[in-house]
Design a protein around this ligand. Structure first.
Ligand SMILES: [Zn+2]
Length: 140
């Protein structure tokens, strides 16, 4: 079983369990997935919550987006857009996002890697970050 965070094109979020990523794709392509709030069938999975932790801290990708971007675009499109409009800050994502939020760094959109713990603490401080639906495989 895999847990996905789902988001519709109206940015409503929910979580659901699926047998596999194929099961998710199948349901999605047959339009059997719909938003609990507005009924939209334009659903994307915004984050795959890790069910197995292979390392002490699991790395997640995150982006700080100053402008709200359309969330219903395809993952590849989103990735390209983020790579062309945001600055890559690598492992310093959490620190940089916080610095921008606190006004200690100049305002811009950034993306990079951080740990789930750090991402959580950013969210707890209401620093707007968006989990990105892809993974860097470099860490293996
Ligand atoms: Zn919705």
């Amino acid at each position: 079983m895999i847990k996905y965070s789902l988001q519709c094109n109206n940015l409503h979020q929910s979580e659901s369990w699926f047998a596999s990523s194929e099961a998710f794709e199948k349901l999605k392509s047959s339009k059997l997935l719909s938003c609990e709030v507005c009924g939209s069938t334009s659903i994307t999975k915004s984050l795959m919550a890790p069910s197995v932790k292979s390392k002490k801290e699991t790395e997640v990708n995150g982006a700080l987006l100053q402008q709200s971007s359309r969330k219903n675009s395809l993952i590849e499109e989103l990735k390209k857009k983020i790579e062309s409009t945001c600055e890559y800050v690598g492992d310093n994502f959490a620190e940089e996002a916080r610095a921008i939020h606190d006004g200690e760094s100049h305002e811009r959109s950034i993306y990079g890697k951080t740990t789930i713990q750090k991402a959580k603490s950013l969210l707890e401080d209401e620093i707007p970050i968006t989990p990105l639906p892809w993974h860097d495989r470099k860490s293996n």
